[in-house]
Design a binder for this molecule. Structure first.
Ligand code: ZN
Length: 296
């Protein structure tokens, strides 16, 4: 029960100070998260971001026996939000509607059809742009999107758009930093990715289970390197585990995450300063209406 009489005596000065501090910090520091902004604050956020928005792109798929299904989503959002707190950008809510057919045999995978992936991504970027995100950086957190996202960005030239899509892929482990212990490949849920998750969500990493399955390369195909087939991943890593997560350390995770965050910050700054891309796109769209008039 609140004793009104005694509270009233102490409240005014303290409450005023707290209220002023809260409202001032709310004015000066806007949340980067789209879903946390009020409508008027969203307008201000888009202005502050100079129309630059991030779409962190994750996935739901098995990550060895020891990491959560949402590892890519959790890590890409962690890096993107940290970056946006250093260089302001509006960050779109959880997005995990990407390419993951190769994990359909594992529990917990959500694999939308190819048509829906492209349509949903197009409608999402269209809606973001309609709301002022004229410079839109897709921050990829999932290896299986490596072909989808450049294709999507390229396909933006099909029809005129009043916004530019930028794709930032990978780059999570730069050279240098703590010495790595892995002697074999480390693509998925191994030393690197497990280390990163120790930083983003240590409560969800079960390091003691990392050796319950093998993450070694089964090398079940023998084909030239430049010959692509969709089954290559399953042929090599049928357990959806590549590397050895038990070798993970917080130090390596901090190094990787810092590199990743720095590269996102660098991209936000470059994109904010980029006055060329949209003009060149508009020029291209105009000329593509009447190609026979185009002269060298
Ligand atoms: Zn992953």
């Amino acid at each position: 029960m609140i004793r009104k009489g005694t509270r009233r005596k102490v409240m005014p000065a303290l409450a005023l100070a707290l209220f002023t501090a809260t409202s001032l910090s709310a004015q000066t520091k806007l949340s980067s998260k789209w879903e946390e902004l009020t409508a008027p604050d969203f307008r201000q956020g888009i202005q502050q971001a100079k129309g630059t928005c991030l779409l962190p792109f994750g996935i739901l798929e098995k990550h060895g026996p020891h990491l959560p299904l949402g590892t890519d989503l959790l890590n890409v959002r962690y890096a993107s939000l940290q970056a946006a707190s250093q260089e302001y950008a509006v960050v779109f809510p959880e997005y995990y509607f990407g390419q993951i057919f190769e994990a359909k045999h594992e529990p917990g995978t959500v694999a939308y059809s190819m048509e829906l992936q492209l349509r949903l991504l197009q409608e999402t970027t269209d809606e973001m742009a309609r709301n002022g995100c004229k410079k839109l950086i897709i921050v990829n957190g999932h290896g299986g999107n490596e072909h989808l996202l450049p294709f999507f960005a390229q396909a933006q030239l099909d029809k005129p758009h009043d916004y530019v899509v930028y794709v930032l892929d990978g780059g999570r482990s730069r050279p240098g930093g703590p010495a790595k212990k892995s002697t074999a490949v480390d693509y998925h849920a191994g030393e690197n990715e497990t280390s990163n998750t120790i930083v983003s969500r240590p409560d969800l990493v079960h390091l003691d289970r990392a050796k319950n399955e093998s993450g070694s390369d089964m090398k079940r195909q023998s084909l030239p390197e430049n010959l692509y087939t969709g089954i290559w991943w399953y042929a090599r890593f049928p357990n959806h585990y590549s590397g050895d997560g038990s070798l993970a350390t917080k130090e390596l995770g901090e190094w990787n995450m810092k590199s990743w965050i720095d590269s996102i910050v660098e991209c936000i700054r470059s994109v904010k300063a980029d006055d060329a891309s949209l003009k060149i796109q508009n020029d291209f769209f105009e000329k593509s209406k009447h190609p026979l008039d185009t002269r060298p």
